[in-house]
Design a protein around this ligand. Structure first.
Ligand code: 6PG
Length: 471
């Protein structure tokens, strides 16, 4: 088909779609976008770098006909019905072997259903997580594709050229079968929720200790220059310096404390329970966003339970060190839980998720990029089957080095009435995980007592039941 001109197509020219397409064009690919909104097509062409081949059209069919075969196209439309609607419109226009990528935040079960649905048409449907926000899409996102591995080979050169790079390695790779791409992105977002929650708790403790926004900026800035180096810590440092353009206040002080969410964090928690796998820091992060919405009730409760917080006795310098160590500890625990969930899901849902590749793809471009991923990368390169990164000796020595200050920070938050559920659940998970014999033998006894649910013994194999309370 010699008259087919374009290398790649995009459905949906919102900022993400437009930026991803412009990024492809900057890397030498000819690209065509479709959006019903003529203004978006014009905006796309206007934003193109001179000398690149970029076109926007208002008809889907027009776009499809101008693509080289096998056709490669991404859709970036809102998750849910819009994705199904686009698929229905595409089916009569595409041929066997064409590749359609859903780059939105779709639920992985929807992706699996769509892969199956399109199988008999021969159209390769792939789910791909894209992280890095609008800027990332333009200058180098992290991308998490999953689905048909052969189809991936056709899109690989384009994705590798537009992805963020760390040490020359592109932050994109084939991450597994079926809905694996969206599964990995869902867990990425769960970890994102957890770390954001932990940072907000760090802020609460330091603010309680009297740090001004300028001092908070300095603390986060210095952390970002050390072992807590990460995108989220970096932007947090910036946030404390931002002035409001409507008042004289610092912007952070006039932002409402009701936190929004689009649902990917909740999906992670829900799915963790299905597996099951324990991700309590993520669960807490989701719960705290929910609790943040109970504004009226919190105002009433604040009047009833007036705070008798003890003042912190630590100097600001000591406090910054304690909270740094707690954030470091709990951040490791957030990755621990998310990664353990992925390893488990990989087996249970038969996705074959390559864990060393996941951490490599997360090293750059995405919201949870951080220097810690280098350590995790080494851990998985040593043992790709590692069920929990806490079992890696390098991770263990990092955790042990800050464990004492983690405990002090949690104690201090509890004593002072500062909500620090993320820190607390990170520590509880750690303490449970490192406990050889948990007190859950008593739960087994209770279950057998009231419901004859039976139990196992530590000394004799088999299943037992007791008529409790009869001796
Ligand atoms: C990313 C982000 C991105 C988005 C989240 C926000 O990786 O680029 O995760 O996908 O910012 O969907 O989610 P909430 O609105 O639920 O916080």
């Amino acid at each position: 088909m010699s008259n087919n001109l374009f290398d790649f197509g995009m459905i949906g020219l919102g900022v993400m779609g437009q930026n991803l397409l412009l990024n492809m064009a900057d890397h030498g690919f000819s690209v065509i976008g479709f959006d019903k909104d003529g203004a978006k097509n014009a905006a796309l062409e206007a934003a193109a770098t001179p000398g690149t081949t970029v076109k926007g059209v208002p008809e889907l069919e027009d776009m499809v006909q101008q693509l080289k075969t096998p056709r490669r196209l991404i859709m970036l439309v809102p998750a849910g019905k819009p994705v199904d609607d686009v698929i229905e419109s595409l089916i009569p226009l595409l041929e066997k072997g064409d590749i359609v990528i859903d780059g939105g935040n779709s639920h992985y079960t929807d992706t699996l259903r769509r892969v199956e649905y399109l199988k008999e048409t021969g159209i390769n449907f792939m789910g791909m997580g894209v992280s890095g926000g609008e800027q990332g899409a333009r200058s180098g996102p992290s991308m998490m594709p999953g689905g048909n591995e052969e189809a991936y080979e056709h899109i690989k050169p384009v994705l590798e050229s537009i992805a963020a790079k760390v040490d020359g390695v592109a932050c994109v790779d084939y991450l597994g079968k079926g809905g694996a791409g969206h599964y990995v992105k869902m867990v990425h977002n769960g970890i994102e929720y957890a770390i954001m929650q932990l940072i907000s708790e760090s802020y609460a403790i330091l603010k309680h200790g009297g740090l001004t926004n300028t001092q908070l900026h300095e603390a986060f800035k210095s952390w970002n220059e050390g072992d807590l180096q990460s995108f989220l810590v970096e932007i947090t440092a910036d946030i404390f310096l931002q002035k409001d353009d409507k008042t004289d206040a610092d912007l952070v002080d006039v932002i409402s404390d009701k936190a929004g969410s689009k649902g990917t964090g909740k999906w992670t928690s829900q799915d963790s329970m299905e597996l099951p796998v324990a991700v309590p820091v993520i669960d807490t992060a989701v719960a705290m966003r929910t609790l943040s919405g109970y504004k009226d009730e919190r105002v009433q409760a604040a009047a009833i339970y007036t705070s008798e917080h003890s003042d912190l006795s630590e100097s600001q310098e000591e406090l910054v060190k304690l909270v740094h160590d707690a954030l470091y500890f709990a951040t490791i625990l957030s990755y621990t839980q998310g990664l353990a969930m992925l390893s488990q899901a990989s087996t249970y849902l038969k996705m074959d998720i390559p864990m060393p590749k996941v951490v490599s793809v997360w090293r750059g471009g995405c919201i949870i990029r951080s220097s810690l991923l280098e350590t995790f990368s080494k851990a998985y390169n040593k043992n790709a089957e590692l069920s929990n990164i806490l079992l890696n000796e390098d991770v263990a020595s990092l955790v042990k080095s800050v464990e004492g200050n983690m405990r002090s920070t949690v104690a201090l938050a509890a004593k002072s009435g500062i909500p620090a559920g993320g820190f607390m659940s990170a520590l509880s998970y750690f303490d449970a995980y490192r406990t050889e014999r948990m007190p859950t033998n008593l739960i087994q006894a209770q279950r057998d007592y009231f419901g004859a649910h039976t139990y196992q013994r530590i000394d004799i194999p088999g299943t037992f039941h007791t008529e409790w309370g009869q001796n």
